[in-house]
Design a protein around this ligand. Sequence first.
Ligand code: PLP
Length: 487
Amino acid sequence: MDSSQFRDAAKGAVDEIANYYDTLEERPVLPSVAPGYLRPLLPDSTPEEGESWDKIQADIDRVIMPGLTHWQSPKFMAFFPCNSSFPAMLGDMYSGAFNAAAFNWICSPAVTELETVMMDWVAKLIALPKEFLSDGEGGGIIQGTASEVVVTAVVAARERLVRRKLADMPESEERMDKAADIRGRLVALGSEQAHSSTQKAAMIAGTRYRSVPAPKETNFSVTAAALRKTIEECREKGLEPYYFTITIGSTGTCAIDDLQGIAALAKEYPDLWIHVDAAYAGSALVCPEYQHLCPPIAAFDSFNFNLHKWLLVNFDCSAFFIKRRKDLMDTYSITPSYLRNPHSDQGMVTDYRDWQIPLGRRFRSLKVWFVLRSYGVNGLRALIRKHIDLGEYMHDLLKSRPDIFTVVTEPAFGLVTFQINPSPPSSAPTTTEDEAHPRHEACLNGLTSSDTQKANQTTKQVYEKMNAKGEFFLTSTVAGGRYVIRV
Ligand code: PLP
């Protein structure tokens, strides 16, 4: 394909994409294909001769469309959103055009410098404490996903602890043995409600993982007392907690751990790396009404949220902020001669390869720049507020039918979870809506295990029927032993 053929192909593709968005609402959100549907539609191997773009493009409709789940459909209410926007798509297009593996500043100064500036814009937009800005000891870097960020933080936390404990020992066999001993005793912590990425990261780092209770009595949040108890229990067993994920907006119910209390506790455990996982809910911090959550974050080591979840930047774009960038660089900076250059040697520039696990990196800050400029602070706040209002609206609808629904967790960042009430025995007295409300509250507080089982079963049946119908796509979870539907 030469540049003139590209012009035509790209214009055609843009038209098709715009049509796709214009007709999204009419499409069933879930595909109806069976597993393995795609292979029979394709030849067994790469064609011997190149094919025309017309032929390739036609296969989007024939091969791909039937197997797409439409994440941008208004009927998609599963997991968390993965918002997209046209300015972000343009950013990805330019990024593809400039295609660079810009790991060092010299590899493409614009890639590094725009990322640094955009991460400062984003930090200010969400009112992160000044410690996370690049003009001090901190800064931000874009990664692909929250899970990659957690691995990066966990491994850096492990190595920081080893460095601190062996600060006086020169490199030697003996030091390596001692470091291995220390690593063998380390344990990473996360809430019972934390995303599974923390457990996965602990496994990748070769350390243990232990979860901290977050029961329904604390609205599925970790308290400072629960964290302290888990730390002390680990220590009694000769284990060393080195890392904790604190969550703003847990996956199941959007719970917030006790930020204030844990910030105070952090002073007692200076070697514990505390990482804030705000993968979904972090976007809400663009609104001043959520920014009271931000000051305690100054006590923690790192913070992350996904702009690709709720801030209109297309996948992938996960913002990782660090309070002391040296904590990353001391772990990840390894410089063979082929990566050296005068700018890096003089310490004049940021080389993001020293802050992350991979070497190469994409030009992801372009799409952030385009989105922030296209929507502005007010546009982004309006989007978040609209979604939060929709969560309240859903909650009001559920509450208006207490004969059918029991709300399990109140709307948090637009997410509400609920159960379907089992049908009452036919002899049960019927109630009006007004009367039913107090009955429902009493029910919530004093469920017997057989009530819970029945409600769990009914909820699961309804959930499975709804998804099988394909009109909406929802997800479920288990919160405090109760099977709930999440919207
Ligand atoms: N953390 C939380 C709270 C999440 O809800 C999720 C995913 O939904 C993740 C982390 C993992 O996100 P990612 O797909 O970016 O790794």
